[in-house]
Design a protein around this ligand. Structure first.
Ligand code: OAD
Length: 298
């Protein structure tokens, strides 16, 4: 059985040997964990009594749009209260330093953007919490929206005893009011449908333009030198399949994850690396030969 390398020195040597580096970072929720946002699987993977992933479907929205909006409004609020961590800044800096670097991120939390990751080097595979769109694809309305709460009905409840405290509605013990569809954000264009979060749900296709950008990058004859698999369980396709696709184009694989058992699909191959620990610490360290010390704005 192949075991991956774990030493930073051999990784740095490889990175420094690349003349025109072609590098992918495939990112997941673990990248934002040290910023204070929960991941999907494992502890924190529940919202009230619901598996977080079970609320991320068109069927869940049809059944109870109010509940799904409460979940996403809560996530928008949480994402706005935390800050990008050194790994987000390191990836943004790598993008400025290396034209052949692309960050394929499954994260919808807006932290890459808030770390000033150059837009052309960032493919948001699952969309973003801060875009909303009409439920009807025929209407096609979409807008960027950072308003928190997006409508008054989605304001977090206030504690009866302490008006300055907001109870944590992810806790099933905190009562949650039922929100009728008329009180949810409404489409200003067709005026007939509710707006929905502009994220990709289970059962939906990834945005066409993003898929094309990814395919164009992967199919470039220059190949791929390295794929960094950062804070993702790499279980959700097509994102998970990009590891094998990068390998087929010559890439070495480096996994950065808290859990050393989160092995990429297909297992380890000769020349891979596994760096176990917090992405916010490890990613800046690994990229140091190219980006130097990461500066996190205060
Ligand atoms: P997961 O929750 O599946 O995986 C998070 C990964 O991050 C796990 O492998 C953890 O071990 C690891 N991890 C946790 N904390 C970490 C830290 N501080 N540093 C490094 N690694 C850490 O989240 P994703 O892989 O992002 O899709 O999930 C992929 C997709 O499934 C999501 O985009 C979402 C979800 O359902 C949709 O909503 C469509």
């Amino acid at each position: 059985m192949t075991t991956p390398r774990t030493d930073t020195a051999s990784f740095h040597a490889y990175l420094s040997s690349l003349q025109y580096p072609r590098i992918i970072a495939l990112c997941g929720a673990g990248l934002s964990a040290s910023s204070g946002l929960p991941t999907f699987r494992g502890p924190g993977g529940y919202w009230r009594t619901h598996e977080a992933t079970s609320l991320a479907t068109p069927g869940a929205f049809l059944r109870d749009a109010g509940l799904v909006w409460q979940f996403y409004s809560y996530r928008r609020h949480m994402a706005l209260t935390v800050k990008p961590n050194p790994a987000h800044y390191a990836l943004a800096e790598l993008s400025r330093k290396i034209p052949g670097f692309q960050c394929f991120s499954q994260n919808v939390d807006g932290l890459h953007q808030r770390a000033d990751h150059p837009r052309e080097g960032l493919q948001l595979l699952h969309g973003t919490l801060f875009e909303v769109k009409c439920w009807s694809e025929n209407c096609g309305y979409r807008e960027e929206n950072f308003t928190d709460p997006i409508v008054p009905a989605l304001a977090l409840p206030v504690d009866g005893k302490d008006p300055t405290a907001t109870p944590d509605i992810s806790d099933p013990k905190v009562p949650l009011s039922r929100i009728p569809i008329e009180s949810l954000p409404q489409c200003p264009r067709c005026k007939r449908n509710a707006l929905r979060p502009g994220v990709v749900w289970f059962g939906e296709k990834l945005p066409m333009q993003i898929l094309m950008n990814v395919e164009n990058y992967l199919n470039d004859l220059a190949g791929v030198d390295l794929i960094l698999v950062i804070g993702t369980s790499a279980k959700v396709y097509p994102a998970a399949g990009y590891v094998q696709e990068a390998r087929q184009r010559g890439a070495k694989v480096a996994v950065i994850n808290m859990d050393a058992n989160d092995v990429p699909a297909g297992g380890w191959e000769d020349g891979d690396w596994m760096f176990k620990g917090d992405a916010a610490v490890i990613v800046p360290e690994l990229l140091k030969p190219v980006i130097g010390d990461v500066i996190v704005p205060q």
